[in-house]
Design a protein around this ligand. Structure first.
Ligand code: PMV
Length: 301
């Protein structure tokens, strides 16, 4: 008879300031944790394990098909947990490029294996995250775990940057998308277009390096320029959509120093750097019926 003791644990989302997609190809990314979180509560049950995330319309058991059910199976298997019901609350929007699947997997890993080390939690969460992503770089789980603002490479992991929290506007397009589809789309272009996409990915590597220097020296004007350059490169590799381009233009017209899509693209969110003008940028996006909020990059999870 399983014990009826419930355990709970949380993990936070992230924002990629620069370098999504190019990070998958070995280039650096610049990103930070945000204080929007996911909290998983586990109650031992008899029968099939289940996962319920009402805020994201997810309700699956280990018998179901699809990424959330596959992730649930992977997380249960990786932790060796007994059958359990996972009830998850979230103020982090899902499928918006803000690291929701990684935060979910890390919260569940922490909840199902409370005694495991950080490295074990990262591996467990990574096993779940791999069900959502095609070739995940690992940046989302690493940042959710470590918090702060950091540069990241697949080979070197996170390198924390000692910089103050950075207020950013986040605008939600309301268009859901799959990270796996977007990453696979870029991979197909890399394989097929005679080096055009690879070239732009390489350009992004340089933009990110310049952006890290700009942030480290407190040059927000230069950082904003890097963000806008990065958005153009992301558009060129095929992961923006007209709605995101229009949102970026709106943010710039409202006074942002730079704006771009964040995360895998194809929908999801934009971010804008607008020191002292955050509320104006939010209002401009809201006027066009997009949800927008201000968050601080670098909040700990
Ligand atoms: O959209 P998100 O939050 O899943 O971020 C994906 C970031 C990518 O660089 C596109 C993929 C990855 O695994 O790094």
């Amino acid at each position: 008879m399983p014990s009826s003791r419930a355990t709970s644990a949380s993990a936070g989302g992230k924002i990629i300031l620069l370098g999504e997609h190019s990070v998958v190809y070995g280039h650096p990314a610049l990103a930070g944790a945000i204080d929007k979180t996911v909290t998983a509560c586990s109650t031992p049950i008899e029968g099939d394990s289940s996962l319920s995330v009402p805020a994201w319309d997810i309700e699956v058991s280990t018998r179901d098909e699809g990424a959330p059910a596959q992730a649930l199976r992977a997380l249960i298997e990786a932790t060796g947990a007994q059958p359990t019901r996972l009830d998850v609350t979230a103020d982090l929007p899902c499928a918006a490029g803000l690291g929701s699947s990684a935060a979910l997997c890390l919260a569940v890993a922490r909840c199902l294996a409370p005694g495991a080390s950080d490295a074990e939690h990262r591996d467990i969460a990574g096993a779940g995250e791999a069900q959502f992503h095609h070739r995940p770089s690992g940046i989302d789980v690493a940042l959710s775990q470590q918090g702060g603002i950091a540069s990241y490479t697949v080979d070197g992991g996170l390198v924390p940057l000692d910089v103050p929290g950075l207020p950013l506007v986040v605008g939600l397009s309301g268009v859901c998308r799959s990270t796996a589809t977007q990453v696979a789309r870029v991979a197909a272009r890399v394989a097929d277009d005679g080096g055009l996409t690879s070239g732009r990915i390489k350009d992004m590597g340089g933009i990110v390096t310049a952006g890290i220097d700009a942030l480290s020296s407190g040059d927000l004007d230069a950082l904003g320029v890097c963000m806008s350059q990065c958005h153009r490169a992301l558009r060129d590799i095929g992961v923006s959509i007209a709605t995101l381009d229009a949102m970026v233009a709106t943010a710039m017209e409202a006074g942002a120093l730079g704006a771009k899509l964040t995360g895998a693209g194809g929908g999801g969110a934009i971010i804008a750097l607008a020191p002292g003008r955050e509320q104006q940028v939010c209002a401009a996006l809201e006027e066009q019926d997009f949800q927008a909020f201000v968050t601080t990059l670098g909040a700990n999870s």
